[in-house]
Write a protein that binds this ligand. Structure first.
Ligand code: FMN
Length: 153
């Protein structure tokens, strides 16, 4: 687990939340794809003071990025061009006082039967669509991913 990154004092700290659709090619080996994304993120994010979490569920990616404004915007621009997903949709973005995922350069998880409690909550709606979820529930989901990652790391 990386240490809490220092944040550039000259830039506001922001949190950006988006959803996207994994492409069929990415879904063909989703776990391999997540492992590759995670390896890249864990290599790149520390030098850009970025922290966050990513969850994959039913063909969706949901990711939160935290860090200095310019760094977060720069990474999000790059992520939007990534051909492993499409239809990136910005859910929210704005200044925050503190990081919620300070200990994670990035953590990522595909929801599985191990996440029974989370799944029970999400699957109350037959078709999972993050656009139907309030932002607070999306953040709860991402916190659950970080907690599960902490238990397994
Ligand atoms: C859903 C998703 C999440 C990603 N998250 C990150 C991330 O947190 N950090 C990162 O450096 N790259 C992330 N990437 C990969 C970037 O799009 C890009 O491939 C990577 O940063 C390498 O960029 P470069 O070739 O310009 O160095 C993500 C890609 C996808 C599809």
């Amino acid at each position: 687990m990386p240490s809490d990154p220092q944040t550039d004092p000259d830039q506001p700290l922001v949190r950006l939340l988006y959803t996207s659709r994994a492409t069929p090619e990415c879904l063909a080996d989703l776990q391999g794809g997540i492992d590759a994304l995670l390896a890249t993120a864990q290599r790149h994010n520390p030098e850009h003071q970025i922290t966050g979490a990513l969850v994959a569920h039913k063909g969706w990616f949901i990711q939160v990025l935290e860090g200095p404004e310019d760094e977060v915007h720069g990474l999000f621009r790059k992520i939007c061009l990534d051909e492993r997903h499409c239809s990136a949709n910005l859910v929210s973005e704005g200044p925050v006082e503190t990081r919620d995922f300070a200990h994670w350069s990035m953590c990522a998880r595909q929801l599985s039967s191990l996440d029974a409690r989370i799944l029970a909550e999400l699957d109350r709606n037959a078709a999972f669509d993050p656009a139907d979820l309030p932002e607070s529930q999306i953040m709860e989901l991402l916190h659950a991913v970080a907690a599960a990652s902490a238990r397994t790391s």
